[in-house]
Design a binder for this molecule. Structure first.
Ligand SMILES: Cc1ncc(COP(=O)(O)O)c(C=O)c1O
Length: 352
């Protein structure tokens, strides 16, 4: 009887991540903020040509870390890679927080934060977003106590869309004690067009307690290969590395990430298309009367409130899978061009 086996109750109570319903082959999967395009041209071929899958991957990720360090103008030890930035967020939390400690983050934000905190044994402290569904950085800083070990800032915020202003971020960093780790989660940074938005790259080397995380899953279209990276002070990253599952990033992942970095022009072109589509969709939704917050990632937020479940069903009836947050709203990822008209038909009917 497995009921007799003693588990950590808080872990047994966690529900494993659910990917939700899938649309048909002709439908649109706009529920996971994925890139609708395949990997950049030539990336898979280049990666496959370099890989020996009978060997373990390079546990130190030397080639990719060297390339990223070069790109960001930091030392090799100031970059680590992981199996998606999810893995790195979890590693950073594990490195800094334990039972009795607190991890502070805005809410609503990335769904994985609460479970990553629970896994460490620490306690989540959630700070509500503002009325415009942005981070309240003053309130986040004010929520820091003696027990706080980590504060997470998600910019652009998943699932609501706004990015944190750079000036507000600087005041926030000045207010947070330097012995508290700040993680700036920039999974969607490549899609940001607001010139006033924070760019973690501007702050590298400036704060002893700041780590930024980024990913190849979104703009680069490599979600299925699981590669993310973190940049920050070497001592903090070494501790995060110590919590990693050995060899979690595959050699194919390294090779595809490296090949993607060599294709900056193709990346820029794709990102520009997704951004233009995002802005067009948001504009059309606003014209229909929806109060859509600033959208700086590859998704838009539809405030459906108590009608969220019915609205999700309406999308599903149109063969579109979206991400519902019950009694709150729906996140729609920017996908194929042809999806836009179909989304707008659903949202128009929902207004009536
Ligand atoms: C805000 C945010 N951070 C991190 C991630 C993790 O992405 P990955 O583990 O694929 O790098 C996601 C994925 O949806 C996200 O939305």
């Amino acid at each position: 009887m497995s009921e007799n086996v003693r588990l950590r109750p808080e872990i047994a109570a966690l529900t494993a991540y659910s990917q939700g319903r899938s649309p048909s082959a002709d439908g649109f999967k706009l529920s996971s903020n994925e890139n609708p395009y395949p990997a950049l041209p030539g990336v898979l071929e280049a990666a496959a040509a370099r890989v020996e899958i009978n060997r373990y991957p390079d546990g130190a990720a030397v080639a990719l870390r060297t390339e990223l360090a070069d790109r960001y103008g930091v030392e090799f030890g100031e970059v680590i890679v992981g199996a998606g930035s999810s893995s790195l967020l979890q590693q950073l939390f594990l490195a800094a927080a334990a039972p009795g400690d607190e991890i502070v983050y805005a809410w609503r934000s990335f769904e994985a934060y609460p479970s990553f905190v629970t896994i460490t044994g620490a306690t989540s402290v959630r700070v509500p977003l503002t009325d415009t569904l942005e981070h309240d950085l003053d309130a986040l800083a004010a929520a820091v106590t003696e027990r706080t070990r980590v504060v997470v800032v998600c910019s652009p915020n998943n699932p609501t869309g706004p990015a944190v202003p750079g000036t507000a971020f600087e005041s926030f960093m000045a207010a947070v004690p330097s012995d508290v780790l700040v993680v700036l989660d920039e999974a969607y940074r490549e899609f940001v067009t607001d010139p006033g938005a924070v760019d973690g790259q501007d702050y590298l080397g400036r704060y002893p307690n700041l780590v930024i995380t980024r990913t190849f899953s979104k703009a680069y279209g490599l979600a299925g290969l699981r590669v993310g990276y973190a940049i920050g002070p070497e001592r903090l990253l070494a501790a995060a590395r110590a919590t990693a599952i050995p060899f979690a990033v595959t050699e194919l992942g390294f090779a595809a990430a490296l090949a993607s970095l060599e294709r900056q022009d193709a990346l820029d072109e794709r990102v520009a298309e997704i951004v233009a589509r995002r802005d067009r969709l948001r504009g059309a939704l606003i014209e229909q009367g929806w109060n859509v917050p600033s959208a700086q990632g590859n998704f838009v937020w539809l405030p459906t409130g108590e009608h969220t479940t019915a609205a999700t069903d309406a999308f599903f009836d149109a063969d579109i899978a979206v991400r519902p947050f019950v009694d709150d709203g729906i996140r729609i990822s920017i996908g194929e061009e042809e999806s836009i008209e179909r989304i707008l038909a659903v949202t128009s009917a929902l207004r009536r």
